[in-house]
Design a protein around this ligand. Sequence first.
Ligand code: FMN
Length: 155
Amino acid sequence: MSADDLLCLVYISRSAGPVSDDALLALLVQARSNNARDGITGMLLYKGGYFMQALEGPNALVQALYRRICLDPRHRDVTTLIKFQPDGRAFDGWTMGFANIDRIPPEQRAGISPFLDQDFEPASWAEAPHQAMRLLRAFRDVNGDSTQDTRPVEA
Ligand SMILES: Cc1cc2nc3c(=O)[nH]c(=O)nc-3n(C[C@H](O)[C@H](O)[C@H](O)COP(=O)(O)O)c2cc1C
């Protein structure tokens, strides 16, 4: 696949109700299996009833996935923050990285990102979408060593 065909899309959404650890795990298992098939990589964050996710991969497949995600009853108010053609993948090798920010102990928070404690209210992130990308990349960079529930996944 040429870099011309790559699409990166970041959105934020509100969960439809309380999300249990089991429900998050089921979502991730489904996402990772489909994404491995489709050559999609990315990072999913959960915080206080909101999701933030970066999706990257072949343009048509990312768009098709995003259409499915927008229709998914597990969340609502899906708001696109950024959509661009990257030079390369930021989450290469991660069929879907994941972190539940609510579960990160205070002593581990400081080293991750200055944006970690910001609420996931869509409006404020929509005004500064590149901060969202920086937050998502920060979880790629900690690479599972210092945050619970974040782990690299082989593509
Ligand atoms: C917050 C959130 C993130 C999701 N991320 C992905 C994803 O990365 N890949 C994926 O295939 N499905 C993802 N889904 C699930 C899709 O909305 C949809 O249910 C799924 O792609 C359908 O897959 P199926 O054809 O296996 O039934 C996500 C859903 C939610 C609520």
